[in-house]
Design a protein around this ligand. Structure first.
Ligand SMILES: Nc1ncnc2c1ncn2[C@@H]1O[C@H](COP(=O)(O)OP(=O)(O)OP(=O)(O)O)[C@@H](O)[C@H]1O
Length: 297
């Protein structure tokens, strides 16, 4: 089902504008919400998860008014918050069983079936009798997904789930997310570009509370791909290039400095055309160099 966000705004009491007239349609499947720290992602996620009020705007999930019909939407919702805490002394099985009771699964046999199934799906069945306090970051996040999947939600919101995971745990977590994204609407909020590149067919970038771009991930990459130019430089030349060109990224590669610049045409100065990727789109957008009006043909 589609989630339609219209003109959503939120200003905190201290005057910070966390959401500035955000309008966005999120189709079924995996959707990536990308933005730097403080962009407003968590504010948007908590608003969609009915945990906080916005100042104005509307949100519909199918026909359901998310901001008004909170009880209804909570029945369809699974949420993995950014700071998902667990009771360290309780086992995975006990904790999930407890969450299942809270979700209204009162029949014992049925509950056991659901809890076992979710532990299997998240690859935690073998460690179900271990205490959560001994779980690694990746195991904890998979447990977080298990609890978010209780009640078979149609809308799943995960807020920065892979921060702090090692590469292997990340891959495992990605596989789990892409499985559950097949027949649901899953919103993945993150500042990690590769999470979105790997998983999300559709995406948006927000910065300072504003929606910058939104659409099909591949299309958005294509829109920027003809405008990215690259060259290696000497580290001490960086200031020179930054002065003359719209440098969007700088990275070390085997000890050398590779810079990417954003330009409509060949910028000269020894640059070569580079195939723009999602990281280029992200930096060019966040730095205010790129927008939809300036897409490649
Ligand atoms: N309760 C609050 N009161 C005041 N300001 C807040 C509150 N919560 C968030 N903010 C501010 O609103 C802005 C958006 O915060 P938000 O947490 O939504 O961003 P984010 O994109 O999720 O960032 P992060 O990745 O750091 O969590 C930030 O400037 C933040 O400091």
């Amino acid at each position: 089902m589609e989630l339609r966000i219209k003109n959503l705004s939120k200003t905190y009491a201290n005057g910070v504008v966390a959401l500035d007239n955000v309008s966005l349609t999120i189709p079924a499947g995996m959707f990536g919400l990308l933005g730097p720290n403080g962009a407003g992602k968590s504010t948007l996620m908590r608003t969609l998860a009915t945990l906080q009020e916005c100042d104005s705007g509307s949100v519909f999930f199918g026909d359901l008014d998310v901001l008004d019909d909170k009880d209804e939407i909570r029945r369809l919702l699974g949420y993995l918050p950014q700071d998902f805490g667990v009771y360290p002394k309780v086992t995975a099985y006990e904790m999930l069983d407890h969450f299942a009771v809270l979700k209204g699964l009162s029949n014992r046999a049925r509950r056991r079936e659901v809890v076992d199934g979710l532990l299997q799906q998240t690859n935690l069945f073998d460690v179900r009798n271990q205490r959560l306090g001994g779980f690694s970051g990746g195991m904890r996040q998979r447990f977080g997904i298990a609890q978010a999947l209780l009640g078979d939600p149609k809308l799943i919101i995960v807020d920065e789930p892979t921060a702090g995971l090692d590469p292997q745990e990340r891959v495992r977590f990605h596989n789990l997310l892409s499985d559950i994204g097949e027949d649901r609407t899953v919103i993945l909020s993150t500042h990690i570009v590769s999470d979105v590149a790997d998983l999300c067919a559709n995406m948006a970038i927000i910065n300072k509370g504003k929606l910058m771009v939104a659409g099909a991930t591949q299309q958005l990459i294509d829109d920027v791909s003809c405008k990215i130019w690259a060259r290696f430089i000497d580290k001490k030349e960086l200031a020179y290039f930054q002065q003359r060109h719209a440098v969007i990224s700088t990275r070390l590669m085997s000890g050398r400095t590779l810079i990417h610049v954003y330009n409509d045409d060949d910028p000269g100065d020894g640059f070569e055309e580079a195939l723009g990727d999602l990281e280029d789109l992200y930096f060019a957008t966040i730095l205010g160099r790129h927008d939809v009006s300036n897409a490649c043909d």
